[in-house]
Each structure stands twice: as structure tokens, then as C-alpha cells.
Design a protein around this ligand. Structure first.
Ligand code: 8YV
Length: 313
């Protein structure tokens, strides 16, 4: 219990228990006077633990001048004030790779679900419509179609491996071409969108990618194209996406992430050409345990003066 840490939000209970057995943890989200809490640990707090969605803002870090590390339970660090951390030389760690398989699985599941109308079919069956109305309307095949992956990191890579199994023709758009990739590199996102049936978004949220899926990209994807987003809602111009789905200017979307979580644009609830998930792509027991262990291992490495396992940048 030597080290005092601030925990911004709840973690998987088993991970939080381990954390609380090793460190002196203050629960930020439970405090009814957060200003007083920050003041009371201002000298002693040496680390912040948070998840990818919550992150931590400069306004909190400024009140904790002794913080030496920010450890993120998640791969995305867009909610952490990285500029502030860089300025103060505070290392940030995240949990890459351990979640890539589950996130890729969910991306495939969303593509299948929206194309094959799994949710619509489930509702059709449960409502007893089959015996009364006969077969439900036909759906769209996934096998053999053209996929474009925006962001070819560890998640994009895991996704591509799965899409090969669906006989898909795969292209990708990335900051730079990957040396050993067997897939087609396309420098322009709009050009890629123009030549695929499925546009998968797996890029991290950075100033260069936020808002990238705009009207021009959706126009390029066109009325037969599907958008699958397992990255961050901020990469998409959400109001435009909603209107394109309503007007069938794209065929459909599978969305795990939204611009203002946990809010989801209500207009989406009425649409059959969308499958929604509550930001849950990494949400399996196995992956969340692995993410938690990586958070603990990074903290342990830092406080025992050994190299961080997964530092950001
Ligand atoms: C998690 C995520 O939802 O890794 C990320 O960046 O968004 C997710 O895996 C989140 O960090 C867990 O609460």
C-alpha cells in the first residue's frame, strides 16, 4: 500500500480488487466532492488508472503534481490529455494487442449481423411472424465481397485474417503502406470507400482521423456499401451518417461506438439497416482480465523501475 493512485472509474471487479490490494486507491467517480478529494491526495498521488472511454483530463492531472504514470485500461488513449502528459513527461500506458482478436470478432459479427439481418430475423421469429407471414425478406451475402480496412494496426490485422476466411478481397488505408502486407494499400480513404462493399473502421482516434468518415467518404461507399465501426464514434460525422442511413444513401451500418457515449442518436433505434452495440467489442471476460493484468503489470514495472510493457508513443 505504499503508492497512492487515483482510479477514475470502475474496472472489472477482479482487476479492481487486485489493484486495491496492492495500492492505496481513491475512487474518483464515487466521490461526492471531487475537488476536495484531489486536494487531499495532491502530494501523495503518484498514478492515475482509467479506462479508454473515461481517460483523464488536464484539469485533474494539474491538481496532482506528483503523478508519475497514467495507466489506461484500453487501447485507445484519445480521452487522455496526451499533450499535458508529454509536457510533464508523465508516461502513459495502454492495453494493445490483448483485445485485438475480440474486437476483430465483433467487427465481423456486426458485418454479418447487418448484412444477414440477424436482429430483424430474430425479432421476426420471436414475434411469431414466420407461420403467419411466411419467410422473411432476403438479405445480402458477405462471402466474397470487397472489404476496406481503415487503420491497419493490430486490430485491422486481426480483422483481415478473419475476412480472408470469408473469401473477401481486402484493401486497407493507413498512414503508411505496411511492408509485408499481402493486402492492397490505398492511400486515399475516399478512393478505398469507392471500391469496397464494407468499410471497416479500426483506426485510433487522433487529430488526423477524427471526422475522417465524412459525407464524401459515405458518398463514395454508396447505396450498396456498409460501414462497420469498432474504433471511436468521433471518427465519423455522426449526424451525416444518421441521415445517410435514413435516406438509404448507404446500405447499412454496424456500430459499436458513438460520438457522445453512452448516448446513441435516437433516430438509429427505428432503423432496420443498423445493428447497434453498447461499445462492447473488447467486452469478454477473457479479454478484460488480460487488459487488467496488463494495467497491473505496467504499474508494477513503473514502481519497480523496470521498462514499461506497453508505453504509448
Ligand atoms: C474499452 C476501448 O471499452 O480499448 C479501448 O480503447 O475502447 C475498449 O476496449 C474500454 O477501455 C474499457 O472500458
Amino acid at each position: 500500500m505504499d503508492h497512492t493512485l487515483l482510479l477514475m472509474g470502475p474496472l472489472l471487479p477482479s482487476v479492481q480488487e487486485k489493484l486495491e490490494s496492492i495500492y492505496n486507491i481513491h475512487r474518483y467517480w464515487e466521490s461526492d466532492n471531487q475537488t476536495a478529494l484531489l486536494e487531499s491526495i495532491s502530494d501523495s498521488c503518484v498514478g492515475v488508472v482509467t479506462d479508454g472511454g473515461r481517460g483523464v483530463e488536464a484539469a485533474v492531472l494539474e491538481k496532482l503534481p506528483s503523478v508519475q504514470i497514467v495507466s489506461v485500461f484500453g487501447v485507445g488513449v484519445d480521452a487522455v490529455d496526451l499533450e499535458y502528459c508529454a509536457k510533464k513527461k508523465i508516461p502513459v500506458t495502454n492495453t494493445p494487442d490483448v483485445l485485438s482478436d475480440d474486437v476483430a470478432d465483433l467487427a465481423v459479427a456486426l458485418a454479418l449481423a447487418v448484412s444477414r439481418q440477424l436482429v430483424v430475423g430474430d425479432q421476426y421469429a420471436r414475434a411469431g411472424r414466420w407461420p403467419k407471414e411466411g419467410a422473411m425478406p432476403l438479405t445480402r451475402r458477405v462471402m466474397g465481397k470487397r472489404a476496406g480496412i481503415y487503420g491497419m494496426g493490430s486490430i485491422g490485422d486481426a480483422l483481415a485474417k478473419r475476412l480472408v476466411g470469408f473469401g473477401m478481397d481486402i484493401s486497407y488505408c493507413n498512414r503508411s503502406e505496411k511492408a509485408n502486407s499481402e493486402h492492397r494499400f490505398v492511400a486515399s480513404l475516399e478512393d478505398m470507400a469507392n471500391s469496397v462493399d464494407y468499410l471497416f473502421v479500426t483506426a485510433s482516434a487522433t487529430p488526423g482521423t477524427i471526422g475522417a468518415i465524412n459525407a464524401s467518404v459515405l458518398d463514395a461507399l454508396g447505396p450498396d456499401g456498409y460501414l462497420i465501426n469498432v474504433s471511436r464514434g468521433t471518427l465519423v460525422d455522426e449526424p451525416t451518417l444518421v441521415s445517410y442511413l435514413q435516406d438509404k444513401k448507404i446500405a447499412g451500418a454496424g456500430l459499436d461506438v458513438f460520438a457522445h457515449e453512452p448516448s446513441i442518436p435516437e433516430a438509429l433505434y427505428a432503423l432496420d439497416n443498423v445493428v447497434l452495440q453498447p461499445h462492447h467489442a473488447s467486452g469478454t471476460w477473457e479479454t478484460r482480465e488480460a487488459m487488467g493484468n496488463l494495467v497491473l503489470d505496467n504499474l508494477n514495472a513503473h514502481f519497480s523501475n523496470t521498462a514499461l510493457l506497453t508505453p504509448v508513443g
